[in-house]
Ligand binder design. Structure first.
Ligand code: DX5
Ligand code: ZN
Length: 232
């Protein structure tokens, strides 16, 4: 084995790209897969120009899920719904920086609920806005497409942004994980990991493939975190 190759990044298939008519079987078939988290995209038609699913659907998915559910709230005023999402089965709750006037309070609320607290940044939002909150975060989600839809093309500037975020987190003494969301495929995934990504969301790449479980296995097999990074 190549000694510079060690562990793999966390994989979070996005259920937004799954077959909604068969969410139970979609969730069940991921149970034995290489997925570490199930990514659950909530859209309100206000923060983003699309509506997806919400609390009762999360509850239903949670009944059949074996992995922790990684809830991405693309909604305005998320503070009103945090405990409902926790009760419905969220393990991670990520809110958007752009949707929270009182972000510090929201992050503390998520942590008090016993969930991992994440903050997502839209493509135009610089990572520097997180300087004074980074140490409180468990997760930073970098949007590599404009939120609202699956199946969009990856924005290449994300790579630069991930590297800048990694530096910021180290400087702030933050242990937050870096998660990337949007347009992730095996063509850009290793570069993202090399830049500092710890977790990758993949919707269409996984679910539009002939065999999503095999695609996740292939990602697990091919993607590696270098020993150098592991030591940092
Ligand atoms: C987009 C969502 C993503 C989406 C990713 O607003 O946040 O999680 O499901 O889908 P793909 O991988 O198809 O870009
Ligand atoms: Zn998402």
């Amino acid at each position: 084995m190549n000694p510079t190759r060690r562990m793999a990044p966390l994989l979070a298939p996005s259920l937004l790209a799954a077959d909604f008519g068969n969410l139970q079987s979609e969730t069940e078939r991921l149970a034995g897969s290489a997925a570490d988290w199930l990514h659950f995209d909530v859209m309100d038609g206000r923060f983003v120009p699309n509506i997806s699913f919400g609390i009762p659907v999360l509850q239903a998915v949670h009944r059949h899920a074996k992995q922790p559910i990684d809830v991405h709230l693309m909604i305005e005023e998320p503070q009103h719904y945090l405990s409902a999402f926790r009760d419905a089965g969220a393990a991670n709750i990520t809110v958007h920086y752009e949707a929270c006037t009182h972000l510090h309070r929201v992050v503390q609320q998520i942590k008090q609920l016993g969930c991992r607290a994440g903050v997502a940044l839209n493509p135009h939002t610089p990572v520097s806005v997180l300087t004074d909150i980074a140490a409180d975060l468990d997760l930073v989600l970098i949007m590599s497409v404009n939120p609202g839809f699956g199946g969009q093309a990856f924005i290449p500037n994300t790579l630069r942004k991930v590297a800048a975020l990694k530096e910021l987190l180290v400087d702030c003494g933050s242990e937050a994980l870096i998660e990337i969301d949007g347009g992730v495929t095996l063509d850009n995934a290793q570069a993202l990991v090399d830049a500092g990504a710890d977790a990758l969301v993949a919707g269409s790449f996984v679910f539009s493939s002939p065999d999503p479980v095999a695609t996740l296995a292939q990602m697990r097999e091919q993607l590696t975190v270098s020993a150098e990074r592991e030591l940092n």
